[in-house]
Design a protein around this ligand. Structure first.
Ligand code: SF4
Length: 474
């Protein structure tokens, strides 16, 4: 991931705001997902009690992560799997490449894995001559479009069916109608051959169960099962925080994840993969490799202020309620993790507040994200904390710091404050439209052109208050 600068961030936002197709598609889909979640939570009943239970499980796991990782790794090995620990994106790429080379693999089929997006695995493999085929429908679409995902649950949320039909028609060399059955049937036809020809399958991991060494995959398409059972080798990429201690804890998070993500009671497929193919079994890979990825997660683990961001179960609910994400979509964030959780974890995973800290401002701090989060991560508080750290580190623009220093000095001295308010009233007059301001020079225009900026009142509050008191006393 190349570190961006603030100008690039603003340019991406501007581009996003001009993309009407994307904005409509995102608004429509996020509204459906949000409403489905609310309905599903109500149907489940005691939703906040379930959330509290989920929070406790995640808190406990992250506080004892070393213990549970060891238990999980030991059980994977006992089940016949191989475990690899990868500290960085390069380590992930090297480990996957070693497995691929050892099997002289030419084709890899993948089910959805955000970690593979995070480390840019596809490009690295393709550069070394391996054909990588995304088999999750949305991932397949964005692979054809050569785009990154714009939502962690619905990677192609920014596309409408006409754009998808255009993409598919281009690949097919014939017109594919823009209706769901035709689009699905085309993708199915294209992907089926790939499943059969693939040497290696790679999947993500929704949860890793420590007590059994199992990988839990939560999907809505049959592709996950094909990827993990047809090729001879199955590679699992998992963030090191994906652990749950036991199958009964899995039950709790499986109640929270699909309801929060899509509003489903359960997804179409929930698979538990425990080791490679065993004697007497009909299918399954001959080799199972589990790659446990750090890639910056330790930065969060060792930081008590932000550790709870590792509790995330990647449901995407915070995206769907965020008024900023709903306007600008995922690409504007410049990170594979967008939305509120992406704004929190991206600067921390990259250990780079200077270049990524600006993401903390992609929020109105309305706290809708924290309220939607099924494991009660206080996302808006994290965003405020990140802003604080960024300011403390001196990464905010000099002009902004000067403005706040002046503001601080005025607000701490009543005499100066009164003088400033009176001068402000006269200075603002050219910009006054009724009781608010419009236009003005940059950076003021950034506020006044798109947000309501109240004008300084002619008569200060103190004066009005004194008058009121006098009237009441008289
Ligand atoms: S932060 Fe919470 S709401 Fe957002 S993706 Fe993670 S678990 Fe879901």
């Amino acid at each position: 991931m190349t570190a961006p600068n603030n100008a690039q961030f603003k340019r991406r936002i501007k581009n996003a705001l001009q993309d009407q197709n994307m904005r409509q598609a995102v608004k429509k889909a996020t509204a459906i997902l949000r409403n489905n979640r609310l309905k599903a939570a109500e149907e489940r009943g005691n939703w906040n009690a379930w959330r509290a239970l989920g929070k406790d499980i995640r808190e406990h796991v992250i506080a004892n992560l070393d213990y549970y990782l060891q238990e999980f790794a030991g059980n994977v090995r006992r089940n016949g799997g191989q475990v690899h620990f990868a500290d960085s994106a390069n380590d992930v790429i090297q480990t996957v490449s070693q497995v691929v080379t050892a099997h002289q693999a030419k084709i890899m089929v993948k089910s959805k894995s955000m970690v593979s997006e995070e480390v840019h695995l596809n490009k690295a493999l393709q550069d070394s001559g391996v054909t990588v085929v995304e088999t999750d429908l949305a991932e397949y679409i964005i692979q054809l479009a050569d785009e990154p995902p714009s939502h962690i649950i619905v990677p192609a949320i920014h596309k409408n069916r006409y754009q998808i039909a255009e993409l598919f028609s281009h690949v097919a060399g014939e017109v594919i109608p823009a209706d769901t059955p035709s689009l699905n049937s085309f993708a199915r036809r294209m992907l089926r051959e790939r499943f059969l020809a693939a040497d290696v399958g790679l999947s993500g991991c929704n949860f890793a169960v420590a007590e059994t060494g199992s990988i839990a995959l939560v999907t809505n398409e049959g592709n996950g099962r094909m990827v993990t059972s047809l090729p001879k080798v199955h590679i699992v990429l998992m963030g090191m925080e994906r652990i749950v201690p036991s199958l009964s804890d899995l039950e709790v998070v499986l109640n929270l994840l699909p309801r929060s993500a899509t509003g489903q009671k359960l997804t179409s497929y929930v698979s538990l993969i425990t080791g490679p193919h065993q004697q007497g079994e009909l299918d399954g890979p001959e080799e199972l490799h589990v790659i446990i990825v750090d890639n910056g997660r330790t930065n969060l683990l060792v930081d008590p202020e932000f550790r709870s961001a590792l509790h995330c179960i990647r449901c995407g609910a915070c995206f769907n309620v965020c008024p900023v994400y709903r306007q600008i979509g995922g690409f504007a964030y410049g990170s594979v993790y967008g939305g509120p959780i992406g704004s929190v974890i991206t600067p921390l995973l990259n250990d780079d507040l200077q270049h990524w800290g600006e993401l903390a401002y992609a929020s109105t701090l309305c706290a809708a994200c924290s309220e939607a989060c099924p494991v009660m991560i206080p996302l808006h508080e994290h965003l405020v904390r990140l802003r604080y750290r960024r300011c403390k580190a001196g990464y905010t623009p000099e002009l902004e710091r000067m403005a706040f220093r002046t503001w601080g000095s005025l607000f701490s001295r009543p005499g100066k404050y009164r003088w400033a308010m009176q001068s402000g009233y006269f200075l603002q007059r050219p910009l006054m439209h009724g009781n608010h301001l419009e236009g003005g020079p940059t950076p003021l225009a950034g506020w006044t052109n798109s947000r309501y900026f109240p004008a300084v009142a002619k008569e200060p509050f103190r004066k009005r208050w004194d008058k009121l008191v006098k009237e009441v006393q008289d």
